[in-house]
Design a protein around this ligand. Structure first.
Ligand SMILES: [Zn+2]
Length: 204
């Protein structure tokens, strides 16, 4: 099996009948509390399963979003604008798929339009739609770049992500202060050294 193709493929949401309901998730949280050694029925913990379930709902809201659809509405009245467009420093929060622990970082999404541009908030929403899923940073980076490339069909796309992984900084090897930098360059960003350098300088 080709792992790369598998890893980068679209994430299909589970069929509705396979998705547990809220009561099941709250029961699972009560199990975790019991397993930790505490009593889910004591007063301080009574509302905890409901709160955790709401937090999970927010953390994984991206599964309900279609990133390609977000970019569908684009504009072509650009007067021939063909320079780099960069949305800088987009804050994102994700969760690592190996430990379900937080990944926090910033994204830079750049493209050189070929006649069509999108509203800038749309680029941030694409980052959000993929970040609010279980992720590894490499895949998140590739998914953002690939989607902008496929939907907008620009001359090139460059995506840079810098993030800290709680599974690295607070457990296991305990390396606080480290961050992981990933990038994906397509089209003119891959071919043109100058353009790529310009983008990478912005992220330094
Ligand atoms: Zn992890």
């Amino acid at each position: 099996m080709n792992m790369n193709v598998r890893a980068l493929g679209p994430v299909r949401p589970l069929p509705r009948e396979a998705k547990p309901d809220r009561a099941e998730v709250e029961a699972a949280v009560r199990t975790l509390i019991r397993w930790s050694g505490d009593d889910p029925l004591r007063e301080g913990l009574l509302e905890t399963p409901a709160r955790v379930t709401r937090a999970l709902e927010e953390a994984f809201a991206g599964y309900a979003q279609d990133p390609a659809a977000i970019l569908q509405k684009s504009f072509d009245e650009t007067e021939g604008y063909d320079e780099m467009v960069v949305l800088r420093d987009i804050r994102f929060e994700s969760h690592c798929e190996h430990h379900m622990s937080p990944i926090r970082g910033h994204a830079w999404v750049a493209y050189v339009p070929d006649g069509r541009v999108v509203g800038i908030s749309k680029l941030a929403r694409v980052v959000e739609a993929y970040a609010k899923r279980l992720q590894i940073q490499e895949k998140l980076t590739a998914q953002i770049a690939n989607t902008v490339n496929e939907v907008l069909k620009p001359r090139g796309v460059g995506v840079v992500l810098k993030a800290t992984h709680h599974c690295m900084t607070t457990r296991g090897v305990h390396k606080p202060g480290t961050d992981l930098v990933t990038s994906r360059m397509l089209g003119c960003f891959r071919d043109n050294q100058e353009l790529r350098r310009e983008l990478l300088q912005m992220t330094a």
